[in-house]
Design a protein around this ligand. Structure first.
Ligand code: HEM
Length: 229
């Protein structure tokens, strides 16, 4: 007996074509994912690894905000609650904690790779400069996040870090007051670091990653240098 063809694939294709005509999905797919790239090696995956880590940090960070309370009275206890009482809280915090360290490492290695193949030269100067901004943002994210658990280590690390800012000639004392929200580390410091960590820096990170990836797609990437035989 002949099989009756299922009507579903046709309908799905028609629905896809309808959307594709309006949204240009095939063009976007071909430009972003099916574009021509030179033959590369594993070191060229570090940029994508940085992108994946950025997404992982954003998602786990958003989950942590469900229970974390950015006030000196409750920050420490809210972290203890996440670790001991919230279902999989220890896992989410663990991923966010180790993901941060891994991200600094991977972004740095990606920078070294691009440096050693001379990818900062014409025409990729802006890809490099947006990369420098990304490295700075990742550092500020790490530094601001370190204070949030509000334990002894967080307090003293921030105390030392902000004192170093204070040692900058001429503008140092002003920088220190801006960072701490006064002369001492307290409620305002935690509020400012939390704001930086969950709003200013993630927004900057996402926007600049967008520009960085646009440039990577528009200009293309370098090919690994070859040995002259
Ligand atoms: C959050 C941080 C970063 C993300 C998500 C990111 C992402 C990427 C991706 C996906 C690529 C293409 C694939 C690859 O070459 O690995 C790339 C290329 C590039 N990145 Fe980054 N990047 C980051 C940080 C940096 C930093 C810190 C620098 C340098 C200071 C940098 C400079 C470059 C350059 C010059 C290229 C072009 C490479 C080439 O043409 O061979 N990036 N980036």
């Amino acid at each position: 007996m002949a099989e009756t063809p299922s009507p579903t694939p046709g309908k799905i294709e028609a629905a896809f074509d309808w959307l594709d005509e309006r949204l240009g999905i095939t063009t976007i797919w071909n430009t972003v994912f099916a574009r021509m790239v030179p033959e590369t090696n594993w070191l060229y995956t570090l940029g994508s690894a940085s992108t994946i880590l950025a997404v992982l940090q954003l998602v786990t960070g958003m989950l942590l905000t469900i229970y974390y309370v950015p006030s000196p009275d409750q920050a420490y206890d809210s972290i203890q609650f996440i670790m001991n009482d919230v279902a999989f809280g220890w896992l989410i915090r663990g991923i966010h904690h180790w993901g941060a360290t891994l991200m600094v490492l991977v972004v740095f290695l990606h920078m070294l790779r691009t440096f050693f193949v001379g990818a900062y030269k014409y025409p990729r100067e802006l890809t490099w400069l947006t990369g420098v901004a990304l490295l700075a943002i990742v550092m500020v994210l790490g530094f601001s996040g370190y204070l949030l658990p509000w334990n002894q280590r967080a307090y003293w690390a921030t105390s030392v870090g902000t004192s170093i800012m204070g040692a900058v000639p001429v503008v140092g004392p002003l920088l220190l007051r801006i960072a701490r929200g006064g002369t001492e580390i307290g409620t305002l410091t935690l509020a400012r670091f939390y704001g930086l960590h969950v709003w200013w820096m993630p927004l900057a990170l996402l926007s600049i990653i967008g520009v960085h990836l646009y440039l990577v797609i528009k200009i293309g990437i370098t090919s690994p240098p070859e040995r002259d035989e």
